[in-house]
Design a protein around this ligand. Sequence first.
Ligand code: ARG
Length: 471
Amino acid sequence: MSDTEDKLWSGRFRQPPNELFQQLNASIMFDWRLAPYDIEGSIAHARALMGAGVLTDEEFTAIEDGLRKIMGEFLQGDLRFDVADEDIHSAIEMRLIELIGDTGKKLHTARSRNDQVATDLCLYIRDQVKQHLSDLVALLSALLGQADAGVEAVMPGYTHLQRAQPVLLAHHLLAYFEMFSRDFVRLWRVLDAVAVMPLGAGALAGVNYQVNREAVASELGFARPGANSMDDVSNRDFALDYLGAASSLGVHMSRLAAELLLWSSAEFGFVEISDAFTSGSSIMPQKKNADACELMRAKAVKLEANHQGMTNLMTGLPLAYNKDLQEDKLYVFDTADTLGVTLPVAAEMVRTLAFDHQAMRAAAWDSFALATDVADYLVERGVPFRDSHRIVGELVRWCIDEGKTLAELTLEELRERSDSFDDGYFEIVDLDAAVARKLSYGGTAAGRVNAQLDGARTRLKGLVQTVDELD
Ligand code: ARG
């Protein structure tokens, strides 16, 4: 099929397109996924053409029936795609003409593939975002479930990956609840960005027909038509917003994945990842590898790259439509596929984690994680913080040399370094007491963490309701 006659735009040309150029030019190999959105958009457009007096009622019905038939073919996997069709928009239009004859040739009145493709992509992203939001709620709820179960468990909190101060496991997990809640909001906002309809902008300048854009917008579930036809066909901010939100979500998933990889290693032994999300080695019989986490980490790189790629694609593009924009879908589809599989796995993996509270507690204890509390204790006794910091630092140094923990020191040994030490010291070097003292708002004391849990539960309920209300 390389004859110029076979193209919808063949009139102006003397020569058929070069075969290799056809390969380069075609997007049907990937944009076929837009078919259902393209068909719905075409039906709404045809209805507007009827309203504008371009189509009779009968013609509209013939077009609608034809398009619904094509939808059926697509859903059955019977719609055939050919590189010569160029893109999904042309393929559907040509199939319509094949099915219903000349009336089908009227469908493309008052529209362009430029406003058509931007519309399809908005609709596609809208559906993807709804799915991601629901998957994200499952991840948030898994985190909350684990946090609930870990509200008694003390673990070392880290800075620089060195044991720093004890925290509750729930506190650590709720940090991820905060991160993923922000992602929920970012993704949610994408729904606003895709609520502005490009259809009706024509190629770039608007169209010569009285199509009711508001009616088309409401039929397709948009909030409103775009206010500027040139922006309508050249705007891809909604795709950038989507890819940006997905990228941030990827970053957060990668951090969680990296921690779980560390925590599930023999060196930490804090958590066991369910067998269902791990795999073995073809040579080392003992191995249980946390592949799901490694892939979550690696998939984040793709999500970030897609955002970056799309940003680069838009950079310096003159108005209005340019064929460069055809490539936008590669980034969007890849992100949708990547999130589509990664998020549900993350949720289920988190839900099935088995934490070893004993091991976490031992790691928190077997360290100098209470040194800051000892420094604060001296401050309470009137020692300036800078001096108490030095005194406790020297104590720690001495303990390391002597192979002792802070709790094993005698009052005599303590008083050699400062006569501000008294018996109260021994109540200070206690893991639970140290956690309980972090009473400041947002701190790790049980009361504060329970309040966080309450807040998280309420917020999650709201998010579940939000997702349920999405049609
Ligand atoms: N396949 C094209 C895309 O994805 C559709 C728009 C083509 N417009 C054009 N004037 N060639 O962007």
